[in-house]
Design a protein around this ligand. Structure first.
Ligand SMILES: Cc1ncc(COP(=O)(O)O)c(C=O)c1O
Length: 364
């Protein structure tokens, strides 16, 4: 259920009801342009929609040059296709008859890709008869899903090629652990190792006469390393559109461009119990705290020290007044977005549009 929006177009930011998820349109558009400038035409961009869960944002990423988007869940893909997106890669293994039936239904309405890392994944996809792009997910250092590079990946490719309805679209090689490693040098070293796994697997496929049309992967913390390695054809950054507080703690230097904070939680001071303490109406149900507390935007003397379900502690000086509104920079953008029904899109302090977060809670 999509709830009533907390704001209306034309309102001033101070008039927006709280807690509200605010998207600064100037910063958001600058982030789209920054990614394009950095990558140029060297690889395709397939932005990750797990971050924003919003067809309005996906459409803007595609208008800015992305070939399509990724998502992690079939229900996210449904929301994106319902919202007009025509090329979606579910960058995940999809297991179980109900989900595969839904994937098959989607494949009649859009170009749909999916990942596999086990021959047992391939059979039900084949039996569904659906036309699907299938990517072999390689384990390249994240220790999550993924088949080992080399011979195990080759065996999987041969299974996919036996299925007339499935197209072997290539390799999915995403190193999630590398994204938030603070040091540039360590991040690059992780991607260099991942690139070796990709290159050797592609070479083995070639020896067996198997083509690898696309190697896809990469996130906001490393994507230029994947681009510069020459081993990837497509990148999947998601968080770059918003730039959360945790990503801001990374070391950012060339070749990675710096993105701007575009996503905020607007909160109201609801109590002033002690001189240097303000309690805001945005706790852990308003801003995820798995990657640390939210930051305070342009209030250097203040720190958001801790959160309970519906309350946040803001400490320091000058302490904000009762009723004052504060912008918080979420610690981790993806799970924060999943707490809201609407983006309140603001340009220079005025609400311009409201975009529904259609895939909020889309977990299946
Ligand atoms: C498979 C995959 N690709 C890309 C991304 C995007 O990463 P980021 O939001 O760090 O840019 C993720 C994020 O978890 C992911 O799981």
């Amino acid at each position: 259920m999509i709830r009533r929006p907390p704001a209306a177009a034309g309102q001033r930011l101070e008039e927006v009801d709280t807690p509200a998820l605010v998207l600064d349109l100037d910063a958001f558009e600058a982030n789209l342009a920054t990614l394009n400038r950095a990558v140029g035409a060297r690889v395709r961009v397939r932005a990750h929609a797990k971050t924003h869960k919003c067809p309005d944002i996906a459409q803007r990423q595609i208008a800015a040059g992305a070939v399509g988007v990724c998502c992690q869940k079939v229900s996210e893909a449904e929301a994106l296709v319902d919202g007009g997106v025509r090329d979606v890669l579910v960058s995940n293994e999809i297991v179980g008859a109900p989900k595969i039936a839904r994937l098959a239904e989607l494949s009649g309405r859009a170009r749909i890709g999916v990942c596999v890392d086990n021959t047992e994944n391939v059979k039900p996809l084949k039996d569904s008869g659906a036309r699907l792009d299938v990517y072999i997910e390689l384990e390249v250092g994240m220790a999550r899903c993924g088949v080992a590079p080399g011979a195990p990946a080759l065996a999987l490719a041969k299974e996919i090629l036996k299925a007339p309805n499935l197209r072997l679209a290539g390799l999915h090689a995403y190193h999630g652990r590398a994204q938030h490693v603070r040091s540039m040098a360590e991040r690059k070293a992780s991607i260099d190792r991942a690139a070796q796994a990709v290159v050797s697997t592609k070479a083995l496929f070639k020896q067996h006469g198997i083509d690898t049309p696309i190697v896809t992967g990469a996130g906001s913390g490393t994507f230029m390393f994947e681009v510069e390695s020459g081993a990837w054809d497509e990148i999947q950054p998601g968080s770059y559109v918003f730039m959360d507080a945790d990503y801001a703690r990374n070391e950012w230097a060339a070749p990675l461009p710096r993105f701007q904070h575009a996503l905020f939680v607007l909160a109201t001071v609801m109590s002033r119990p002690r001189p240097q303490v303000a309690i805001v109406d945005a706790g852990l149900k308003a801003s995820s705290v798995d990657s640390g507390m939210p930051g305070l935007w342009q209030r250097p003397g203040l720190t958001y020290t801790h959160a309970s379900d519906e309350h946040g502690w803001v400490e320091g000086s000058p302490a904000p007044a009762l009723g004052e509104k504060l912008l918080l920079v979420p610690g981790h953008c993806d799970p924060t977005v999943n707490l809201y029904d609407w983006y309140v899109c603001v340009r220079r302090g005025i609400v311009e549009e409201l975009w529904p977060i259609s895939a909020r809670g889309a977990l299946t």
